[in-house]
Write a protein that binds this ligand. Structure first.
Ligand SMILES: NC(=O)c1ccc[n+]([C@@H]2O[C@H](COP(=O)([O-])OP(=O)(O)OC[C@H]3O[C@@H](n4cnc5c(N)ncnc54)[C@H](O)[C@@H]3O)[C@@H](O)[C@H]2O)c1
Ligand SMILES: [Zn+2]
Length: 374
């Protein structure tokens, strides 16, 4: 009896609603959801033809299960495999996808399934936003970052040589399926990188989530299914809550950029080679916490807890920069999209669980924060 009950809890599927009027959608979180892809798409009144877009790492692991589920439910899927990694977020890859869609005769009601990490989600979502002026798409994220961040909220796009995410659209998915079993094969470094966004949600929105992470980090690092589901669902709820209040980033959505001013700068000056995104924003969030302590009344004990949680998650909290690298970092931060009228703006914390956005920070304060993470 007891074993049965615990199994039921383990297999529990959580559901988060994103209430965007007639573009509302569900995020389902739990195990074995790829097997439910077909039946769940059936409920969305979509056309028969569809395309699964995935990358060369993810397709061999999960594409056949996804295609099987779709075919069993009466759909006619074609698989499009793109190279793994950030280079796939490019217009020439978008064009190749369009050609494949046309060859498979996808039409207005046909749909795309994005099966992969944030790269595949952003690329496939952009293809869906623009092919035939927009067709439906479903997200099946397979990295922790994609489960908690990129698959929710409707930002899709690709990179140009001139910079990341410079071409894009807002296109909400019809459904997001977070199958936590896909995370079993995710490389350790990628998993920890995703945790940086998870911790961010605690800092910006939810002191209880932050405490839960402090208590349950060992279980999370072991990828315990129950803990994973609970934490991912909470992160998705927070992202959904923020997106619903500010879909097109006019205000509140900016809080999602906590730690990203310095983080994006570090990624840019290392030419996107040295740090994974989560690693860069881990350092960025500790720097933002240091600035918050000096300028925004963040208690020093909260700074200590923030730093300590990133450390325990195995993420970097320090960076050694030469004087010339610091200058490059400032130049990169001034080029970032979050800059308006040449001023570097920050999201700053008041306490764990509460932040404010659009805060002007003097260069000297940024220098002091960089000293603190040096
Ligand atoms: N649209 C948004 O709101 C938003 C938000 C945050 C980030 N992003 C974008 O997301 C991208 C980063 O996403 P990411 O961190 O998921 O990187 P990614 O998609 O490149 O995936 C990381 C690596 O893990 C591999 N992989 C994915 N799932 C796997 C699995 N289950 N098992 C084994 N290997 C697996 C991939 O092939 C890749 O090599 C960036 O381009 C960023 O701009 C978008
Ligand atoms: Zn991020």
């Amino acid at each position: 009896m007891r074993r049965l009950a615990s199994k039921r809890i383990l297999n529990r599927v959580r559901s988060v609603n994103v209430p965007l009027g007639n573009r509302r959608y569900e995020i389902a979180i739990g195990p074995k959801l790829i097997q439910e892809l077909g039946p769940r798409c059936q409920k969305l009144s979509l056309g028969r033809r569809c395309a699964v877009i995935s990358d060369t790492n993810v397709a061999p692991l999960f594409a056949s299960a996804a295609q099987r589920s779709l075919a069993k439910a009466g759909f006619d899927p074609v698989l499009i495999t793109v190279p793994a990694g950030e280079t796939a977020k490019a217009l020439r890859v978008v064009e190749r996808c369009y050609e494949e869609l046309a060859k498979h005769r996808l039409e207005r009601k046909s749909f795309i399934v994005a099966l992969g990490g944030g790269v595949v989600g952003d690329l496939a979502g952009f293809v869906a936003a623009t092919y035939l002026r927009g067709i439906p798409f479903v997200q099946v994220p397979t990295t922790l970052l994609a489960h908690v961040d990129s698959s929710v909220g409707g930002k899709v796009g690709v990179n140009l040589k001139a910079g990341k995410n410079l071409v894009g659209a807002f296109h909400q998915p019809k459904l997001v399926l977070c199958d936590i079993q896909t995370l079993k094969t995710l490389p350790e470094r990628e998993f920890r990188s995703g945790l940086a966004e998870v911790i961010k949600y605690g800092i910006i929105y939810d002191a209880e989530l932050f405490m839960l992470l402090e208590r349950n980090l060992p279980k999370l690092l072991k990828r315990n299914p129950g803990t994973l589901s609970e934490v991912i669902a909470r992160c998705c709820e927070i992202k959904a809550d923020v997106v619903v209040q500010d879909e097109k980033e006019g205000g509140l959505r900016a809080i999602l950029n906590f730690g990203h001013t310095v983080g994006h700068g570090l990624e840019a000056i290392s030419r996107y080679g040295k740090y994974l995104h989560g690693e860069a924003i881990s350092i960025g969030q500790v720097a933002a916490a240091e600035i918050s302590a000096r300028q925004n009344g963040l208690p020093s004990d909260d700074v200590r807890r923030i730093r300590s949680l990133f450390e325990k998650a195995g993420l970097p909290t320090q960076v050694k920069l030469t004087a010339s690298e610091r200058r490059q970092l400032f130049d990169a931060m001034r080029l970032d999209k979050k800059v308006s009228a040449g001023e570097i703006q920050f999201v700053l914390a008041e306490r764990i669980g509460k932040v404010v956005w659009g805060k002007r920070v003097e260069q000297t304060a940024i220098q002091m924060a960089l000293d603190a993470v040096q």
